[in-house]
Design a protein around this ligand. Structure first.
Ligand code: NAD
Ligand code: WQD
Length: 331
């Protein structure tokens, strides 16, 4: 099976490409390297012994994208490419709508033209917006109370995929709603390496551990959670990557949606303790005001993914911390 992976040199994409190559899938990557580095290809090769095909191209370059589809017959697309910085999306909404939504429309157009009928799409728990419950299930209504344009691009793309499936009985889409991906490949060779200053907890912990930031700001200790800090569902990126393989193996016409998380919540204070335990070092932090738009507690209901995909996250936050430290310090 030949698979085109958009955004395949990025954090989640590169880990998924490793799983796909290890299982014998043929993989081509298309990425504009906006938030990733070309050297990831060497690392993928040294881990798997195989080098994926690579096209440096922006999805907004539609004629370039068509040439890629013209040159090879792909069986399926895994679509990671997108901008993901929540704060930046508030400042540059049009950039986010153009890159994420228009980029996806161009991709779907090429797929239609070249008769590629299967897509796996990287969505996010952010589409659930505000809910009354903390445990989120796929049937819950989405799109209400999303606090930023990034999140709305994910919601819009999900709706576009449903409309395309309604218009074409052969079209198959699996929408994967990721919770909070952390960790990296156990080799320590690849990991989350964003260009610019990150917003997410784990890359910020990494910066503090490296001395690039003086301390972690804990955004609030007065939430109605057991220790007062925010609770999220942190999933090891290798488990997440395996979730994509499970999805690929279950594709059928229509749209299916799955949460990819562990089903367990971990607080910010527990994350700090887990990092300290794995590294043997103290992580400096200060408690600050809550971050605008943050929810107290969310985690995935993973029943549907377990039942229908036969997939379950196996690795722990502790495993992710150990792998992160290996990526940071090579030990
Ligand atoms: P990433 O930034 O590491 O990877 C995305 C890749 O897409 C990058 O290599 C980037 O260069 C590429 N890209 C972006 N726009 C492009 C374009 N127009 N044309 C070609 N390439 C383009 O991000 P990631 O964490 O690996 O996320 C992958 C996907 O998963 C994204 O769609 C993201 O929104 C989604 N997601 C991520 C998280 C998370 O916390 N990391 C959570 C939920 C969903
Ligand atoms: C996790 C917890 C913070 C930073 C975001 C996006 C979402 C999705 C995942 C892509 C929260 C706390 C954080 C810090 C802190 N991405 N925190 N100090 O908010 O669950 O979701 O990333 O789709 O769209 O909104 O993840 O990593 O930013 O925060 O205390 O410096 O860590 O308050 O409780 P979040 P996060």
């Amino acid at each position: 099976m030949k698979i085109l992976v958009t955004g395949g040199t990025g954090y989640i994409g590169s880990h998924t490409v490793i799983e796909l190559l290890n299982l014998g899938f043929e993989v081509d990557i298309v990425d504009n390297l906006f938030n990733s580095k070309i050297t990831v290809l060497d690392k993928i090769e040294s881990i798997t012994g195989k080098r994926p095909g690579f096209f440096e191209l922006d999805l907004l370059n539609k004629s370039g994208l068509e040439k890629i589809f013209e040159a090879s017959k792909y069986d399926l697309v895994v679509h990671f490419a997108g901008l993901k910085a929540v704060g930046e999306s508030v400042e540059k909404p049009l950039t986010y709508y153009e890159n994420n939504v228009t980029g996806t429309i161009y991709l779907l157009d090429c797929m239609k033209k070249y008769c590629v009928e299967k897509i796996v799409f990287s969505s996010s728990a952010t589409v659930y917006g505000e809910q009354d419950a903390s445990r989120l299930t796929e049937e819950m209504q989405t799109g209400i109370g999303i606090t930023n344009p990034y999140g709305r691009t994910k919601f819009m793309i999900e709706e576009i995929l449903k409309d395309v499936a309604n218009s074409d009985a052969n079209f198959s889409a699996i929408i994967l709603r990721y919770f909070n991906p952390i960790g990296n490949h156990p080799s320590g060779l690849i990991g989350e390496d964003p260009n610019g200053i990150p917003n997410n907890l784990m890359p910020i912990i990494m910066r503090v551990a490296q001395g690039k930031s003086p301390e972690l700001k804990v955004y609030g200790d007065d939430y109605p959670t057991p220790d007062g800090s925010g609770v999220r569902d942190y999933i090891h990126v290798v488990d997440l990557a395996k979730g994509h393989v499970a999805a690929i193996n279950k594709m059928k016409p229509g749209v299916e949606i799955y949460n990819l998380g562990t089903g367990r919540g971990t607080s910010v204070f527990e994350m700090i303790k887990a990092f300290e335990k794995a590294s043997g070092e103290k992580l400096p932090f200060v408690i600050t005001e809550r971050r605008a738009g943050d929810l107290a507690e969310i985690f995935a209901d993973t029943t549907k993914a377990e039942r229908e995909l036969g997939w379950k996250a196996k690795l722990t936050v502790g495993d992710a911390m150990k792998d992160t430290i290996r990526f940071l310090y090579g030990k």
